[in-house]
Design a protein around this ligand. Sequence first.
Ligand SMILES: O=C(O)CCC(=O)C(=O)O
Ligand SMILES: [Fe+2]
Length: 281
Amino acid sequence: MEQIGHACEEWGAFQLKNHGIPKSVIEELEMQTKRLFDLPKEQKMKALRTPDYPTGYGTVWITPFFQQRMWQEGFTIFGSSEDDAKKIWPDDYQTFCDATKKFQEESKVLIEKLIHLSFKYLGISEEEEANWIGNNHAGATQLNSYPVCPKPENAMGIAPHTDTSIFTLLNQSQASGLQVFKDGSGWFNVPLEPNTVVINTGDVLHILSNARFKSALHRVTVNSIKHRYSMVYFYRPIMEHVVSPLGSDNPRFRALTFKEYVAIKDKHFDKSLSIISVKED
Ligand SMILES: O=C(O)CCC(=O)C(=O)O
Ligand SMILES: [Fe+2]
């Protein structure tokens, strides 16, 4: 608990071994992720994401905030992946759906343990904790592919951003590339370690902790040798849930629904947390 709390305060991110997610669950999703992105473009485009339809194949959601295209393709899942997987593999979608479902279930269990420990560290009651887990949570899964890049020094896999989640769980596959920013020190590579997941805190936990926990600023670099993949799970509250600093006499953020926060983030991106900050007298 202490180590997790300190990591969230200092970095907003940490690597976790002995995390309890079976190796087979991660390996199976890794295989399905490669199977998906190795398909011809026309086949992936059958599940193209649109502004009105937020799941499926497409570029990362932060794309509109940057002038340069990112060296990345992605696949977004809210809840079940079945509808989108059927568009791509009408007769053969089941193995993909099973892999995403198992990954979501295991990630949820692990993140709920982390919520328990981090809330305890912050002195938040178990009664309050119950409001953030189980049926009050919504999961989103993001699969990312970063093809080999001939000029990696000129490209960015995913530009710097913070996640909108409570916690994010991330697996790097084939190559490292994830970097986390530490105030006063700069960008740090997150090494590729076997049987290890990366956890980072997102904006929601930053708000709940009244800014005690960092929301890790992170980005992805690409390379000229290996095609990199990542599999990411975002643990988020349901849209109607009110987000505000928990148990603090001196809240640094105003209360708002998660839905409202998502809308602010879609419009104002990296200014979002300062927009909901309460001005000090
Ligand atoms: O590919 C990665 O390592 C990070 C992906 C990421 O930051 C995201 O999907 O939000
Ligand atoms: Fe991210």
